[in-house]
Design a binder for this molecule. Structure first.
Ligand code: DAT
Length: 174
């Protein structure tokens, strides 16, 4: 059955602004914000805690099972630092947020990330790892790269996604 609301992924390196964008967008549009980190924790979609990285070791099969019914319903804003595990058929738009190294450093330092995790994330942002992952996993025309350095950019990004959503709703009206 066709979805009556689209599913949107907001992805990017930790600290780029995924959660902040997803919350603002959910508030403005009524779509559901799905924080994958929270879901992994709440539904136990993991194989334990990694002390060194200070994060859950995600069980991807369990995670997909937990998200499938939500994605089938549509209207999800999926907020996570990975996107390649979600089937293409679930997803209508992939937003990859980007930020400057200095901003990312400050934001991750604020979170007191361990040194190793901090360095890996900064390298990952410089190497455009998440952007590549999105481009390899989904059709080019549904992947959008947006910068998230300040509040004005964030407002503009949210407005742009809202405009996309309006068009999607018009194009998919029954
Ligand atoms: P993520 O979910 O990608 O890890 P976040 O939304 O939690 O990122 O944001 C991390 C921090 O950076 C948080 O304190 C809010 C701030 N931030 C994010 N995007 C921003 C932006 N465009 N302008 C100013 N601050 C931003």
């Amino acid at each position: 059955m066709a979805r009556t609301q689209p599913n949107i992924i907001i992805t990017g390196t930790p600290g780029v602004g995924k959660t902040t964008h997803a919350e603002a967008l959910a508030e403005k549009t009524g779509l559901k914000h799905i924080s994958v980190n929270q879901l992994v924790k709440d539904k136990g979609c993991h194989e334990g805690w990694d002390e060194e990285y200070q994060s859950w070791i995600v069980d991807e099969d369990k995670l997909l099972d937990a998200i499938e019914p939500l994605a089938a319903e549509g209207g999800c804003i999926i907020d996570w630092h990975a996107c390649d595990l979600f089937p293409k058929s679930w997803i209508d738009l992939v937003v990859v947020l980007r930020t400057d190294t200095k901003n990312l450093y400050d934001r991750l330092a604020e979170r007191k990330y361990p040194e190793l995790k901090m360095q890996e994330n900064i390298d990952s942002e410089i190497m455009e790892v998440l952007l590549q992952e999105a481009r390899e996993s989904y059709d080019e025309e549904i992947v959008v790269e947006l910068t998230s350095n300040d509040a004005d950019e964030m407002d503009a990004n949210v407005e742009r996604i809202e405009a996309w959503l309006e068009n999607w709703r018009k194009d998919n009206a029954q």
